[in-house]
Design a protein around this ligand. Structure first.
Ligand code: AMP
Ligand code: MG
Length: 413
């Protein structure tokens, strides 16, 4: 009888992974390619924002003193000497007793110190009737009121979302130094697998893991290359991984890591580098492969094939690794404490990640375990928006117990 090695703890496995992966080297990226990446330089504005005083309304640029007395009952009529559109280089100045029609974003003409919005007037073109006074400064956006020339606008380490991309464009940056998104190659293994879109002969199933993992990689903020299905054939598997290594910062396979006769990933991936196949004290997802493959020592995850085991393993191990490679903190999903609405049992000696739905009831989080812990229950997993994390030593929890809950937010970071 061979002795069975003790299970490795989830924390020890995660520590091994996170100490083996690190942020990718910075590269200069086109602005939109940097969207979703972490900025690797401090960015300062060369000029102020706004760059010049401009109108914040469509209306008339006036001298405040000329319209001070204007009211509905006693409007002031001023000749309009011209139009200044947004983007116009100017050319007009406003002398006493005159005004210029001005559009939102157009530069304030010299001499004018207020804008009367068109709504306070009769909208005249040659001359305009103004029905309300506008003190100096009215509806003027001042140069530098957003950003001063030379001011730092973003710090290295900032995660570039749409608003930060807008700011970089506004300060004129077409390219920035950033941490590139990891390129993650996703491979499903299993001779029973059929590509979605094709009929499934008896005994076969559709490959769902490569779709699940590709989507999860994207949600984690990385670039996914879905390679699809590789049969349980050592040569095809090795050749496929070797071919993919040129474009991979990370390789993730599913299936073939347990103790079955055709568990080909476990049997052969070690030939490509240092990969350990271990039994981790968790449920679902006990068999786990992790290591480095190829000359460039690309991180490799061999996840178990059961669809829920694959996805939970991704959440617990792969997603934090991707976040670490992105340079994005925190690497972990947010956790909250919630009260169990129903009893929950859990295997002894394993950390259980139980599918659940989280809601707020009377001002506190309440979490309901979803029925079925089978690792093949894809529909059950799809109904979950959270995982209850049940500590290793706990086997029974009555309703009302406060529990830690990992949130599975359905959005990109
Ligand atoms: P394995 O880890 O290869 O022993 O697979 C465990 C279970 O997961 C088996 O029932 C497989 O058919 C199933 N499975 C493996 N890979 C996939 C996949 N890509 N999509 C759906 N089910 C899979
Ligand atoms: Mg298999």
């Amino acid at each position: 009888m061979t002795a069975v090695a003790p299970l490795k703890s989830v924390d020890a496995h995660l520590d091994d992974i996170l100490s083996a992966v690190g942020p990718l080297p910075d590269i200069e990226l086109q602005l939109l390619d940097a969207h979703g990446c972490v900025l690797a330089e401090d960015v300062s504005a060369e000029w102020p924002l706004p760059a010049f005083d401009n109108s914040s309304m469509d209306g008339y640029a006036v001298r405040a003193a000329d319209v001070e007395a204007a009211s509905e009952a006693a409007p002031v009529r001023l000749p309009v000497v011209g139009d200044i559109a947004a983007g116009s280089g100017g050319g007009y100045s406003v002398r006493p007793g005159l005004c210029v029609r001005i559009m939102t974003g157009a530069p304030m003409p010299p001499g004018a110190d207020a804008v009367v919005p068109v709504e306070w007037t009769d909208g005249g073109v040659a001359s305009v009737e103004i029905r309300r006074g506008a003190p100096a400064g009215t509806y003027i956006r001042r140069a530098g009121e957003d950003v001063q020339a030379g001011q730092q606008v973003l710090a290295a380490g900032t995660h570039l979302r749409a608003a930060q991309v807008a700011l970089l464009a506004a300060v004129g940056r077409a390219r920035v130094l950033a941490r590139p998104k990891p390129r993650v190659v996703v491979i499903s293994t299993g001779s029973e697998l059929v590509e979605v879109g094709n009929p499934v002969p008896p005994g076969k199933i559709h490959d769902s893991n490569s779709y699940a993992l590709t989507a999860a990689v994207r949600e984690a903020g990385a670039i996914a290359y879905r390679v699809g299905i590789v049969p349980d054939d050592p040569k095809v598997l090795i050749d496929t991984i070797e071919d993919q290594l040129v474009r991979a910062d990370l390789v993730v396979t599913s299936g073939g890591v347990s103790a079955g006769a055709y568990d080909v990933v476990k049997a052969v991936v070690g030939r490509l580098g240092d990969v350990a196949f271990e039994r981790v004290a968790m449920q679902p997802g006990m068999p786990q492969g992790f290591g480095m493959v190829g000359d460039d020592r690309v991180p490799f995850f061999g996840l178990p094939g059961n669809p829920v085991s694959t996805m939970v393993s991704f959440e617990v191990f792969v997603r934090p690794a991707i976040r670490r490679m992105l340079g994005a903190e925190p690497v972990h999903r947010p956790r909250v404490r919630a009260r169990l609405t129903a009893p929950l049992s859990s295997p002894s000696g394993k950390r259980q990640f139980a599918r659940a739905r989280l809601e707020v009831r009377s001002g506190e989080y309440a979490v309901t375990p979803l029925s079925g812990s089978g690792s093949h229950l894809v529909a059950g997993y799809a109904a979950a928006d959270a995982l209850i994390v049940v500590p290793e030593e706990i086997t029974e929890m009555p309703a009302g117990t406060p529990v830690p809950v990992m949130l599975l937010e359905r959005r990109q970071a």
